[in-house]
Design a protein around this ligand. Structure first.
Ligand code: FEO
Length: 403
């Protein structure tokens, strides 16, 4: 593939990753992910962000550099906005090809260059407001935006073209093919990327939403004409769209999400499933939108995305060996780690010879500031009276969402 020109002297390079590997070793990427890097050329040349050696990414990027008459060895500066190895894993190989390029990052980023890659020379720590003059009118400025989602993160900006290089911020899952710009994709493709942006945000960034808000505030004075993240679409037509999308996602951590419900359920022999169906009848009667995710059949990555966006949850699980259904325990542990705060929650489930999920459940969700409806548990298959009560609980939850 060729490099894509953003502005005079500024190019997007990207490698599409199609793999059965999990992103961060946790999150599935069945539609791939892109690793984007950027070349900024004045009299000197800067490469912004790198990549890891993953499904031949270095070869893909090398070819794109060649398409604009550049190479790894022609780079004068390597700017690392973020040190997670999806953007830096190839650093030692880069250094071997190019021993002279100066590596710029925040002070914390430089420490990670040393500890991860054992590179000790040719390093420059930059701080908030520092600039790098590449000549020919190209000046990059740097803004420390810590904790998106690592402590060393920063954002680079080319004021001349208004191009923002935020690395993980404003990124998404999903590979790009031979197009990179927002105006290259159809409405249908944008629907796909919106879902994959939410999933990326919920999976990778959601615990750090307060820092996302701080970073967006920090960028407010900049005249941003293009948002060029290191995963996903490059936003040149509507850069405000992706910034607003991230602002909205960050707000879910405080205002608990949209007026919709995610029903998360597991069932061993259909007894809990019967209760789920009754609750859904109640939700539907109140006309509140809902998503359904079954565990463990559906990966927690998707469960997390829906749950993060919804203001209410139904958690339906059988008792298993005197405790919670283990796949649900895993989901709730992820919710705790990812700060799925402030939800309205209904817990239901069937037990066999004795209950026991409550104690474990209460310990896991403690601290999540959830508003819980009275849980409803029953022995074996639900009776008609229990089914009616479950339907009523579904209505009650839906009415809370609408209130
Ligand atoms: Fe895309 Fe946090 O690395």
């Amino acid at each position: 593939m060729n490099a894509h020109k953003i502005a005079d002297g500024i190019f997007c390079l990207h490698a599409d990753i199609q793999t059965t590997d999990l992103f961060e070793g946790i999150w599935p990427i069945p539609q791939g992910v892109s690793l984007n890097a950027y070349l900024v050329r004045g009299e000197k040349t800067a490469l912004i962000d790198l990549f890891r050696d993953w499904t031949e990414a270095p070869k893909q990027i090398e070819g794109e550099l060649a398409s604009i008459g550049a190479s790894f060895s022609s780079v004068d500066y390597l700017i690392l906005n973020h040190l997670e190895p999806d953007h830096t894993g190839w650093l030692r190989e880069f250094r071997e090809k190019n021993p002279k390029a100066e590596i710029l990052s925040t002070a914390k980023g430089i420490n990670l260059v040393k500890s991860f890659y054992k590179i000790e020379s040719g390093l420059r720590a930059v701080k908030d407001g520092d600039t790098l003059d590449l000549g020919a009118g190209k000046v990059l400025s740097f803004y420390e935006t810590p904790n998106i989602h690592w402590p060393e993160t920063m954002i680079s900006f080319d004021a001349g073209s208004g191009t923002l290089f935020p690395c993980d911020a404003f990124g998404s899952f999903g590979s790009l093919g031979d197009r990179v710009f927002d105006d290259d994709f159809t409405a249908e493709e944008h629907v796909f990327f919106e879902k994959e942006t939410l999933r990326y945000y919920a999976n990778i960034v959601s615990s750090f939403s307060v820092f996302v808000e701080k970073a967006i505030q920090k960028l407010e004075g900049l005249s941003i004409k293009c948002v060029a993240p290191s995963h996903g679409i490059v936003w040149r037509k509507k850069p405000e769209l992706i910034i607003d999308r991230y602002r909205k996602y960050a707000s879910y951590a405080k205002n608990s999400g949209e007026r919709e419900i995610t029903v998360i359920w597991g069932s061993m022999y259909g007894n809990t499933k019967a209760g789920v169906d009754a609750v859904i009848r109640g939700i539907e009667a109140e006309g509140v939108p809902y998503a359904i995710r079954r565990v463990p059949d559906e990966n927690v990555s998707y469960v997390l995305a829906d749950a993060y966006k919804s203001s209410a949850l139904v958690l339906a699980m059988p008792t298993y060996e005197y405790a919670m259904f283990p796949p649900m325990a895993y989901v709730l542990d992820i919710f705790r780690r990812k700060h799925i705060f402030g939800k309205k929650v209904l817990r239901i489930g069937s037990w066999g010879w004795v209950g026991g999920a409550k104690k474990e459940y209460d310990a896991i969700v403690e601290g999540l500031k959830w508003t819980s409806l009275e849980p409803l548990e029953w022995a074996g298959y639900p009776t008609e009276a229990e089914l009616a009560a479950l339907e009523e609980r579904g209505k009650e939850l839906a009415r809370m969402v609408k209130a």
